[in-house]
Design a protein around this ligand. Structure first.
Ligand SMILES: [Zn+2]
Length: 562
């Protein structure tokens, strides 16, 4: 028997087998049962989240002659033909492999003919964002007046590249990244079915490294199984296959750092690199673990080892934040430097050294520090030299310099913008945004989502929303991440069915801005009433201000100071 890739063997054949997208599959089943199938669907979301699987199942179901509760039967003639690719009425076009103008034109010409075998002609267009403008226009013409017997299922990983005119003519479904736990459970199911032994930590690592996509997770598992002639899946194999830093090893480095044991933490980080784990992967995992610790401090149930939680609670928030900043700095500098190891060592040294003097009396450690400081200076020089040269691959954000004027300008920018929002803000608008905010974040890639965990909507008008960030470092980072901002805008628009401009502010600034605005607003009202300068009027205007403020933010926030 020839070998089949796991993701093919385990490709879902019915909606109930699609993992982690229950809302979507249930909606589709309901539509099928009620015979209310739409003429055009758009499935968007990250790779490996089930878009193509759902498209194939839906295409099969609409032509199944024995539909059971919205599920294709998989046994009728049409189901069998759909599954083996011989159904004439089902056409699959991969827009990534050709730009498709001819194929779309061909669809436009043939679309008017009735299906030959089933009830519907179904066109699945994968990676639809890759179509050329010409092809989009041809497709649009067909979508404007689709014949009764035709269904289009468009799939894309990049919704923002699909023209709005196409999007507005389809029924949209956003496929979300799968949770690590969901992927882990499915991998375990696969392994148990194949009767292969596994280490649960290893399976969780595969789930984590696959970034929310089931197909990647199954491919990694495939590689490990074939590597290993199918005997066992262990942490060591996962590390070797993926170059992924073992969370436990990283936790151990961080615990050594927090115990101020420089020699041990440097040794542990060297050991990890000797196993073939890249500095980039180690630093990424370091930031992940530190963020987990930060959240654990705030009592958010995130952390997974008790020693780590304990350590997190003994450590000041500032220290964890500083360490995240050091790791981030090292990560950003990696692309400029050939001295990868040094950058990791610098992170370790700076972190161990966070509180001056007391922890570093040992002469040996002092000596090591001096050498590392020299190396650090070399690395910095090298970085500066590289930075001063024009580097082509470097994106615009890396040219960001911490100039005070820039910071001031930024503050000025959001101050004006926040005032604009507050002028027309209502509690109702804010509630609307808060209600969907979780879903918006869920739609983001995990690394992006982590940056947004410390954010929350604090005010909204019918056209704008203010998002506050607990920590300046995330505020800055998100502000510089245009891709993330685009994603946020897009997902928010999809959830609310209308677009809102997003304005970011640091949480610390928010009460100040709000208070300033209320004060300003108050004087405006006062001045408008100044002609009738009696006490009762003034009291009335005061209560107008308070009620306006309550309307904006809810009563718990209001305390007016003159
Ligand atoms: Zn069937």
């Amino acid at each position: 028997m020839s070998y089949q890739a796991l993701y093919r063997t385990w490709r879902p054949r019915q909606f109930k087998d699609v993992i982690g997208q229950e809302v979507i599959t249930q909606t589709l089943k309901n539509a099928l049962t009620a015979d209310k199938v739409s003429h055009a669907y758009l499935f968007s979301g990250p790779r490996g989240t089930g878009k193509t699987s759902c498209a194939k199942i839906l295409a099969k179901a609409v032509n199944c002659t024995n539909l059971i509760d919205g599920e294709p039967c998989n046994h009728c003639e049409n189901c069998i033909a759909s599954d083996n690719g011989s159904l004439n009425d089902l056409l699959e076009i991969d827009a990534a492999s050709n730009n498709g103008v001819d194929e779309i034109r061909d669809i436009r010409d043939k679309v008017k003919y009735a299906p030959s075998q089933g009830q519907y002609k179904v066109y699945i267009i994968d990676e639809v964002h890759m179509l050329s403008m010409g092809a989009f226009n041809a497709l649009l013409k067909t979508l404007e007046e689709p014949p009764e017997h035709v269904i289009f299922i468009l799939a894309t990983t990049e919704l923002q590249k699909v023209p709005a005119t196409i999007i507005s003519r389809t029924q949209k479904f956003i496929f979300k990244n799968l949770q690590v736990k969901t992927i882990t459970n499915h991998l375990i199911e696969v392994l148990e079915d194949m009767e292969i032994d596994y280490d649960s930590e290893a399976v969780a690592m595969i789930a984590k490294v696959s970034d929310g996509g089931m197909r990647d997770a199954l491919s990694i598992l495939d590689q490990i199984i074939s590597f290993n002639s199918g005997s066992q899946v262990t942490v060591k194999e996962v590390e070797e296959t993926t170059g992924y830093a073992n969370t436990r090893a990283v936790q151990s480095i961080l615990i050594s750092i927090l115990n101020r044991n420089l020699t041990e933490s440097l040794q542990e980080s060297t050991d990890l690199q000797d196993k073939g784990i890249t500095v980039k992967n180690i630093l990424t995992e370091v930031i992940d673990v530190l963020t987990t610790m930060l959240l654990a401090q705030k009592d958010i149930k995130q952390a997974n080892t008790t020693e780590l939680i304990q350590k997190a609670q003994e450590t000041s928030q500032n220290q964890l934040l500083a360490m995240i900043e050091y790791a981030n700095e090292a990560l950003n500098n990696l692309k400029y430097s050939t001295q990868q190891k040094t950058l990791l060592d610098v992170f370790v040294v700076k972190s161990v050294n966070y509180v001056p003097a007391t922890g570093v009396e040992d002469a040996h450690i002092q000596e090591e520090l001096t050498t590392l400081n020299q190396k650090l200076n070399q690395a910095i020089q090298q970085i500066e030299q590289l930075k001063s040269k024009p580097v082509q691959q470097v994106s615009t954000q890396s040219t960001k310099l911490p100039k005070p004027s820039v910071e001031k300008k930024r503050r000025h920018n959001y101050q004006q913008q926040v005032y604009d929002v507050l002028r027309t803000a209502t509690k109702g608008d804010l509630k609307q945004v808060i209600d969907v905010w979780k879903d918006v974040l869920k739609a983001l890639a995990p690394s992006k989502r982590a940056m947004m965990e410390v954010s929350k909507p604090v005010a909204a008008s019918p056209t704008q929303v203010v998002i506050a960030f607990e920590y300046d470092i995330w505020f800055e980072k998100v502000l510089d991440d245009q891709g993330l901002l685009d994603d946020l805008n897009r997902y928010l628009e999809l959830e609310l069915k209308e677009s809102r401009q997003i304005i970011l502010v640091p949480t610390a600034e928010w009460p100040v801005l709000r208070q300033d605005f209320i004060k300003k607003h108050k004087s405006e009202i006062k001045s408008s009433n100044s002609q009738q300068d009696d006490k009762i009027q003034e009291e009335k205007s005061e209560s107008d201000v308070v009620s306006k403020a309550k309307e904006l933010f809810g009563s718990e926030f209001i305390s007016i100071k003159d």
